[in-house]
Design a protein around this ligand. Structure first.
Ligand SMILES: Nc1ncnc2c1ncn2[C@@H]1O[C@H](COP(=O)(O)OP(=O)(O)OP(=O)(O)O)[C@@H](O)[C@H]1O
Ligand SMILES: [Mg+2]
Length: 312
């Protein structure tokens, strides 16, 4: 880590405070015979990074609900940086290895070395910051790569790619795959809108245990995030709201993909187990009441009209 990155990290992490951003416990820089030695100490995150949990074969498979939990928390962290402080921070290096996971798989964004202060909110003329292009291949927005013009919408693009990784269990760029599948976005794009072939993009390791409607909504949200025109991409606070709808849609028990394929005999075995499960209903209630503390109005509407989740 260079001095500039180290300083940026110390400065930004000293200012921010959010449950979905990693806490900086300490730092030091010392000059010795090897030159300047720089150290950053983060809070310890027992589940390491999303990269390990999602892509390493020796790890247990991340369930659909854990994936949604990670997506929602990461979106909240980014929305805080973009919209909830006196000034805006553009993260610039959103990727699976920079999302750390605590004991309960709560995600926290880490690595603020490339973060930049965004344009002032009331500045109508300067809407972009012009910077040297840095970041990670496969995640960086095209307009940023081409022009160096950075906006918060560059982070939104990266978030779209992250959603695709969660959905597919594939890396943004994977040189070990056949050529036409190496770039996740190019591989996924023609399949997203094709209802007959959509199932092909969802992580096969989930073994069909995901609500099809919710997965389609997630893919649609991802495609909004990686629209060519940065202005057409949603703000992160909008992304947070859409993800909350997807969580509700998943919890209200839209049928799992595997159930739509099973024979009616197999369905008869699975359905009663799902529908009569008191635990499932109780956990749903708990989830809704905790969400209603954050945003009562939206959840009350969701309770009275479960299909509301389909309106965006
Ligand atoms: N606070 C932490 N608690 C537990 N593990 C951590 C913590 N911070 C980092 N790690 C582990 O260290 C790994 C490497 O993180 P690091 O940020 O150094 O590299 P990277 O994100 O893979 O690459 P880059 O240098 O591009 O950021 C992470 O994937 C994670 O497994
Ligand atoms: Mg990192």
């Amino acid at each position: 880590m260079g001095h500039k990155e180290w300083l940026a990290e110390v400065n930004f992490l000293g200012l921010v405070n959010h449950p979905n951003l990693v806490k900086l416990v300490g730092y030091c820089a010392e000059d010795d015979e090897r030159g300047m030695q720089r150290l950053l100490v983060y809070e310890y995150m027992p589940n390491k990074s999303l990269e390990e949990c999602l892509f390493y074969s020796f790890q247990p498979i991340l369930s659909w609900s854990s994936r949604l939990h990670v997506a929602l928390g990461s979106a909240r962290g980014l929305a805080y940086l973009h919209e909830e402080m006196d000034f805006q921070i553009i993260f610039r290096d959103l990727k699976a290895s920079n999302i750390l996971l605590d004991n309960d798989f709560n995600p926290k964004l880490s690595d603020f070395g490339l973060a930049r202060q965004g344009p002032a909110a009331n500045d109508n003329h300067v809407t972009t910051v012009c910077v040297q292009v840095v970041g990670t291949v496969g995640y960086a927005a095209p307009e940023y790569i081409q022009t160096g013009h950075l906006t918060s919408k560059s982070d939104v693009w990266s978030f779209g790619i992250l959603l695709l990784e969660l959905l597919t269990g594939r890396r943004a760029v994977d040189r070990n795959r056949p050529k036409c599948e190496q770039r996740l976005l190019a591989w996924v794009k023609p399949l997203i809108g094709d209802s007959k072939r959509f199932y092909q993009i969802v992580d096969t390791r989930l073994e069909g245990q995901y609500p099809l409607k919710a997965a389609q909504k997630m893919a649609f949200l991802a495609s909004q995030c990686f629209q060519r025109n940065p202005r057409s991409r949603p703000k992160m606070s909008d992304v947070v709201e859409m993800l909350k709808h997807i969580v509700v849609l998943s919890d209200f028990g839209s049928p799992c993909y595997s159930m739509t394929l099973r024979s009616s005999e197999q369905k008869a075995e699975v359905l009663p187990r799902l529908l009569t499960s008191k635990d499932r209903i109780q956990s749903l209630r708990k989830r809704i009441s905790s969400m209603s503390r954050e945003n009562g109005r939206i959840v009350l509407r969701a309770l009275s009209r479960p299909k509301m989740a389909q309106t965006w």
